[in-house]
Each structure stands twice: as C-alpha cells, then as structure tokens.
Design a protein around this ligand. Sequence first.
Ligand SMILES: Cc1cc2nc3c(=O)[nH]c(=O)nc-3n(C[C@H](O)[C@H](O)[C@H](O)COP(=O)(O)OP(=O)(O)OC[C@H]3O[C@@H](n4cnc5c(N)ncnc54)[C@H](O)[C@@H]3O)c2cc1C
Length: 304
Amino acid sequence: MSSSITSTPALQRNVLLAPHTTLRIGGPAAYFAEPESEEELSKLLSWAQREGIPFFIFGNGSNVIFEDAGYEGLVISMRRFRNDLIRMDLYQLQVTVSAGVSLARLVRFCQESGLAGTEFLAQIPGTVGGALVMNAGFSRHGGQRNEIGDLVHEVRALQKDGMPVTLGREDLKFSYRHSGLEKYLLLEATLKLWRRSKDQIQNEMKANHDFRKMRQDITEPNAGSIFKNPLGLSPAAGALIEKAGMKGKRVGGIQVSEQHANYFINLGNATSADLIQLIQEVQKAVFHATGITLEPEIHIAQKN
Ligand SMILES: Cc1cc2nc3c(=O)[nH]c(=O)nc-3n(C[C@H](O)[C@H](O)[C@H](O)COP(=O)(O)OP(=O)(O)OC[C@H]3O[C@@H](n4cnc5c(N)ncnc54)[C@H](O)[C@@H]3O)c2cc1C
C-alpha cells in the first residue's frame, strides 16, 4: 500500500458494513472511510485510483445492501460529508445542500426558513446524495408523484476519475426511482423551492407523518420498499405480493413484512443470500400470479 494514504486519517481497515445499512446486512469492507471534506474525499479517490482499488460510495445505507462476502475495495460513506452545510438564497428561493446532509435536517431547515417543497422527504431516512441518485419520492395521493428530482436546479459532482462537473437541469433525466446519477460522486445540489408559511409547511409534514405511521410503522430493520411499483394502471408492488400469497414468506433470517408486503424485515440474522433468494422467490410468485415482473428498487453494491 502507498504511504500517502496515511495522510487521510479517515481510512479504516476491515469494517463490518451491516451496521451502516438500515437492513443490517453485509460483510466487511477491506477499506472504509467517512470523509468530512472535499479535500479528504479527493485524497481517498486519488489513492484508490493510484492503487487500482475499486470503490463504492453510499449515504445512509437505507436503499443499498452489501454482500455477505463484503467489499474487496474502498467503501466511502458520505454521512459525515459536510453534513451541516445548507446555504439559502432567499432572493432566488434556492437552497444549496451538501450530499451528506440528512433529509430530515434539510426539511427542518426549509420549514424554519418558510421555504416549501421538501416536506415529502421528511420521513425518508436517507442523505441528500442517496435521495438524488434514487430520485426519492413520496405521496399520500395515488395519482400524484412528489420526487426530489422535481426540485433540482443544479447538481455539483465529481466524475469517477475525480474531475469536477456541474450538471444543470437540462443535463438531468429523472424518472421514477431513477436519475442516471449513480455514475457520479455527488457533492451538493441546489434545489428550487417556494415560499409558504411555516405553519402550513408544518401541517403538511404532520399529514405525511400520520399517513406513514398508519401504514409503514415497522420497527424491525428494513430498507423501505424492496420493489418499484409497476408503472401504469397496475396495483402497487405490495398489493401484487399479497395477491401472490407471499406476505409473511420467510427465507432464513429475512421475511416479507406482515404489515406492508413491499417491506422485507431482518429478523436478526439475515444474510444477503437470504435476501436475494427471497427477492427471486417473490418475483417468481408475482409473475406466476399476475404476469408482472417486479423490478428491485434496492441497490446491491457493485465494484466499479
Ligand atoms: C423506513 C424506510 C422508509 C423509506 N421510505 C422511502 C420513501 O418514502 N420514498 C423513497 O423514495 N425511498 C424511501 N426509502 C428508501 C431510501 O431511504 C431512499 O432511497 C433514500 O433516498 C436513500 O438515501 P441513502 O442516503 O440511504 O442512500 P444509500 O442507500 O446509501 O444509497 C442509495 C444509492 O445512492 C448511491 N449514493 C448515495 N450517496 C451518493 C453520493 N453522494 N454520490 C453518489 N452516489 C451516492 C449509492 O451508491 C446507492 O446506489 C425508505 C427507506 C426506509 C428504510
């Protein structure tokens, strides 16, 4: 190993990844780091490139799983990356926020500033970077889709070779749970918002909170929806899984939630092999019952 990496204090060896994901699945990363600044991130990338070591970048791990064998490379968590950096431009009605900021923090900041638009993100347990890659969204009303991509004015990122890039609205192609941004390392985004009273924003947040509590109040480790909802007139993924008789189905330590069939829960000792097998069994059963192929929403960490 090159000696220059010793100047990057954030680097750790053999770190178990399971505790860094909300589903609590995944073996060790050969190298693991939680950079706090762009300088630290750049040093890590240069080192990985120089040494020919693959790397994987993630946020709060609420939509990603690592395999039981772990990751033979460098895993970079963005949870500490400038995680309090939010700048407001009240004249332009814009907020510029670091990829490492939690969605909860962003929403609180906007509510306190009387800026509306982000309320639907409040209970999504991710970072801004993860939400951008996933084009995270939530709506209480069937026909309506609130997605973070609708708010994005500009994204600042690094290409995988470390070159900085700024992507304007015209460069971005958001669609349902898709952004095309996974080929970048996201640093920050500027969101376009609008004025609304703090009380109205608070009321909207409360309505979302109450709605979610009623339907998705699951206490065991999970990763939110495992499958995307099929587009068009099809019932939601959860309803299809239920129709296929897979509610409560268990493989090893992982189970389709009895409460919300599109959530899988870790009963305590689940492995990524259990999860992958359960995903495949549910896909087969749903296809057999309905002719529809469910597409996973969660990402499995791959080597770049
Ligand atoms: C209880 C629960 C409820 C949920 N509810 C919703 C919901 O209502 N709507 C919804 O859309 N999702 C929901 N999710 C899923 C998840 O929280 C969101 O997709 C969230 O936006 C993921 O953010 P993250 O920081 O955890 O990303 P991670 O899971 O860490 O990463 C997700 C993807 O983004 C990439 N990534 C992350 N950060 C960066 C970065 N800075 N640069 C480049 N790539 C990056 C990763 O490589 C990975 O491919 C829920 C999850 C849970 C556990």
